[in-house]
Design a protein around this ligand. Structure first.
Ligand code: FES
Length: 120
């Protein structure tokens, strides 16, 4: 049975900026809204490791798979690093970079005009 979701206005496009994030509280739940590569994503501000406010972490890139003694950096501004123990998650899919089965809790996002809505 599908649960009916509410569509809640979270933030405006202007508030979020061209490259940015905003943490909002909707239905008593903290959610980080992120703008990444032209799309918007919403993740619960709770790290699956030990419940840190993960959305307050650094947005960065990461080291890509490469040969020994080669260090390739990539995915700049697509990675969220948890502020407590440094676990890294993809901002576009919520997946932990190493343990793919570990994910951030995500929400659907809709944009209408200047307003960004979260479905929850
Ligand atoms: S609480 Fe996020 S990495 Fe430990």
């Amino acid at each position: 049975m599908n649960k009916v979701k509410s569509r809640i206005k979270a933030v405006t496009v202007e508030e979020l900026g061209v490259i940015g994030r905003k943490i909002v509280t909707l239905k008593g739940i903290e959610i980080g809204i992120f703008f990444v590569n032209g799309s918007y994503y919403a993740w619960r501000n709770l790290c699956p490791h030990a419940a840190a406010p993960v959305c307050e972490g650094v947005v960065c890139g990461t080291r890509l798979p490469s040969l020994v003694y080669q260090y390739e950096y990539g995915r700049d501004q697509e990675i969220l690093r948890c502020p407590w123990h440094g676990w890294e998650f993809g901002l576009t899919d919520g997946k932990h970079l190493v343990e793919g089965g570990v994910k951030l809790r995500g929400y659907e996002v809709e944009v209408e005009g200047n307003d960004i809505y979260v479905l929850m």
